[in-house]
Ligand binder design. Structure first.
Ligand code: XIL
Length: 457
């Protein structure tokens, strides 16, 4: 698949100077001296993409597809950037203007451009309270939930295999001090709408990294604490999430936070990757340049901060152009912010680990056999490990309405009706490559009929 080759391409390979520096040397003192000498002699990247690639990262931009006919714009795009995010073209209103009628022409144009130029694609976004088509306004409850899930499934299926990472859910947390969810039509369908969206996205495109994306979460604050608690909970229950995107729109009143790096790191410590996804900084001159450099350095200091995307190319392309927040001026000339960003990338930092985290696909599979009788059932589930084996697993499945789990063996369950998770117990956590283990449960009502998903835990 295209995204796999993009991930594994030379752009991500460990650069020569770092590989040399990693050669084991007998004493720590000699290692330090060697590293410094090699780093000093390294040649610098001359574009943002090349400079970021030295540490295994991408450097991306939001792209408005209608600008792909502007040759000056495309010239900068192709020269400098190794990843693209659709500015508007993959949003719900753009892709499903009428119920179950999908229009992909603009999004497809962007993906084709990216593929032709060896760039990754960040999909943006499957479920968001803004830029919804008008027809969702009259929906609520189950009808809206189903419309959202159908949207996620259809769009992620259409782009299956061509997306490096999806912003599955965008901006679902409230501003201010509550640390809770934002009120929205989607939120009113039930607190579990986010995990339902992630599960649908994983089923539709198992190879894409699945991310939660938000703004004002760049430092540690009640809002980012809320997102943190959600990611921690998803990880504990095996809800498929691989990454968290930090939009990073900075202004004079909302500058790069002093704990930006620490905040990125605490998310990484939960077992997800992080990315800076919509970076822009209001201002000009050296103040703006310094802010860009600080943001870049924060990402480069965190080994699993895997890439940076700015929210457009020229100031005049910006959705808030009066803030002149980007790296190129309206003529396409590099600003001081560009030079500071390039220099910060070339100064180096941690190297992204060569293997990206397991996307879940291929880690394990679950198959269910059900024995039922009038009013009850017994289900036996076989967990089969993928080529890497397992040290823990979670199986998720959905019971039909009215069914309730009454007894479970060889697994620990969360929930007894609707969406139910089953986690390994201590004696069957470890499963060798290609080997299997079994657990079961008994219930009243009808047994499960849909697919069960399995994830490493
Ligand atoms: C903005 C686009 O840049 C504009 O063209 C559009 O009119 C509104 O949306 N957070 C996001 C982005 O996740 O998708 C938004 O993009 C800006 C805020």
């Amino acid at each position: 698949m295209t995204h796999v080759s993009a991930r594994d391409s030379g752009r991500r390979a460990t650069p020569l100077r770092l590989r040399a520096a990693l050669v084991p040397i007998a004493t720590g003192l000699v290692t330090v001296a060697t590293t410094v000498a090699l780093a000093a002699s390294a040649s610098a990247g001359t574009t943002l993409g090349a400079a970021a690639a030295q540490t295994g990262r991408y450097f991306g931009t939001a792209v408005a597809v209608n600008r792909l006919s502007d040759s000056a714009y495309v010239g900068i795009l192709n020269r400098e950037f190794t990843s693209v995010t659709a500015e508007n073209e993959m949003k719900w209103d753009a892709t499903e203007p009428s119920p179950n009628q999908f229009t992909y022409a603009s999004g497809d144009r962007l993906v084709s451009h990216a593929e032709a130029n060896g760039m990754r694609v960040r999909g943006h976004t499957l479920a968001w309270h803004q830029q919804q088509p008008r027809w969702t306004a009259v929906l609520s409850g189950t009808a809206l939930r189903n419309a959202m899930l159908n949207h996620v499934t259809q769009v992620a299926t259409h782009y299956r295999g061509r997306i490096d990472a999806w912003n599955v859910v965008n901006e679902a947390f409230a501003d201010g001090g509550s640390g809770g969810r934002r009120d929205s039509n989607l939120q009113r369908t039930g607190d579990d709408w986010i995990e339902a969206a992630f599960r649908a996205a994983r089923a539709a495109d198992p190879g894409a990294k699945l991310c939660y994306n938000d703004y004002n979460t760049d430092g540690q604050n009640p809002k980012s604490n809320g997102v943190y608690a959600m990611v921690q909970d998803f990880k504990a229950r095996g809800v498929p999430i691989d990454c968290v995107g930090f939009q990073s729109h900075f202004t004079a009143r909302s500058p790069v936070p002093s704990d930006y790096q620490a905040n990125l790191q605490r998310f990484v410590d939960l077992g997800v990757e992080v990315q800076i996804t919509e970076l822009d900084v209001e201002g000009s001159g050296s103040a703006q340049a310094d802010s860009y450099a600080r943001a870049v350095r924060a990402c480069l200091a965190v080994s699993r901060c895997t890439g940076i995307t700015v929210s457009g190319i020229r100031d005049t392309d910006s959705w808030r152009s009066s803030a002149t927040p980007l790296l190129f001026d309206g003529n396409g000339t590099k600003k001081p912010a560009y030079t500071a960003t390039l220099d910060a990338l070339n100064a180096g930092g941690t190297t992204v680990p060569p293997t990206t985290p397991p996307a879940g696909d291929g880690d394990c599979a679950a198959s269910v056999s059900v024995n039922s009788w009038s009013g009850g059932f017994v289900a036996t589930v076989t967990v089969t490990a993928g080529p890497a084996g397992l040290n823990g697993w979670v199986v998720n499945l959905t019971l039909p309405s009215g069914a309730t789990v009454t007894n479970v063996w060889s697994a620990q369950n969360t929930g007894t009706s609707g969406d139910v998770s089953f986690r390994n117990v201590s004696y069957n956590s470890s499963v060798g490559a290609g080997a299997g283990t079994e657990f079961g449960f008994q219930g009243t009502g009808n047994g499960p009929t849909g697919t069960a998903t399995c994830a490493r835990a």
